[in-house]
Design a protein around this ligand. Structure first.
Ligand code: SAM
Length: 241
């Protein structure tokens, strides 16, 4: 069973998710290193059903957009009650609404969040949430990309996966993190493994040389070439900082 936090929880890194679909979790986060870390108590996952704070017999959480328009909007009063309830369990977590309007999620942000106490994530549905709750509860908005998902749950899982793998002790070799894409502002160099030759394609000779300095220089040059070709914006950002 995953570790579920209670008041006074001392898990190193705590995640709280407010959602209409708590049964979607842990979902993919149950597997591999992130799942093992959950089992081991290196991080915890608390799920809050927003509908528990819904209005009336049907526990309504949404209503029509004021001013007209398609779809439904999640109510500020319902969301505020759900947030306040979740915060009464874990009060000190940054509160983030997964939103296509939000600041783009980056590796730097994942690292900063992984170094904090954890996160409280709000997963939206329908046309989104009433603006007043964003202002009233001081909620930050984060987007996982320039496309629209049908709900915030997959976005929340993406953010959690990226953060949890950076928590000390979750990945085996700390070194594997330092050479990854985006670390140091570059995309990763090409990787190879056995066999040495596959369908007529040889592994680059330098990687078989055993000369660590030459290998490091080749990898650096390849990382720069690939970044220049595919993501010149990353190089531009890197030279500014
Ligand atoms: N009407 C909204 C808009 O145009 O910005 C889209 C609402 S979307 C159908 C429903 C929910 O999915 C949002 O409230 C948000 O929580 C989530 N979502 C959709 N795309 C996302 C993205 N790119 N990043 C993070 N969350 C997203």
């Amino acid at each position: 069973m995953p570790h579920i936090p209670t008041a006074g929880d001392r898990t190193p890194w705590r995640a709280s998710v407010l959602t209409l679909f708590p049964e979607m979790f842990p979902g993919p986060l149950r597997f591999s290193l992130v799942g093992q870390a959950l089992e081991a108590g290196l991080w915890s996952l608390a799920l809050h059903q927003i509908r528990d704070c819904g209005i009336g017999r049907h526990r309504a959480v949404d209503d029509t957009p004021t001013g007209g328009g398609a779809g439904m909007v999640m109510r500020a009063d319902v969301l505020a009650a759900a947030i306040d309830q979740a915060r009464s369990v874990v009060p000190d977590l940054p509160l983030i609404y997964m939103s296509p309007r939000g600041a783009p999620f980056t590796q730097a942000r994942a690292r900063a969040l992984s170094e904090g106490p954890g996160v409280m994530l709000l997963a939206g549905r329908f046309e989104g949430i009433d603006e007043r709750v964003i202002e009233g509860r001081g909620i930050e908005e984060i987007s996982i990309g320039d496309y629209v998902l049908s709900g915030g749950e997959l976005a929340a899982m993406t953010l959690l996966d990226a953060c949890v793998r950076l928590i000390p002790g979750v990945l085996g070799a700390a070194d594997s993190l330092t050479h990854e894409s985006f670390e140091g502002g570059l995309l990763e160099y090409p990787q190879y493994t056995k066999p040495r030759e596959w369908e007529g394609r040889a592994t680059p000779e330098v990687l078989l040389s055993g000369d660590h300095a030459r290998i490091a220089a080749w990898r650096r040059a390849e990382a720069e070439r690939i970044t220049r070709e595919r993501r010149p914006d990353l190089l531009a950002r890197k030279t500014k900082t």
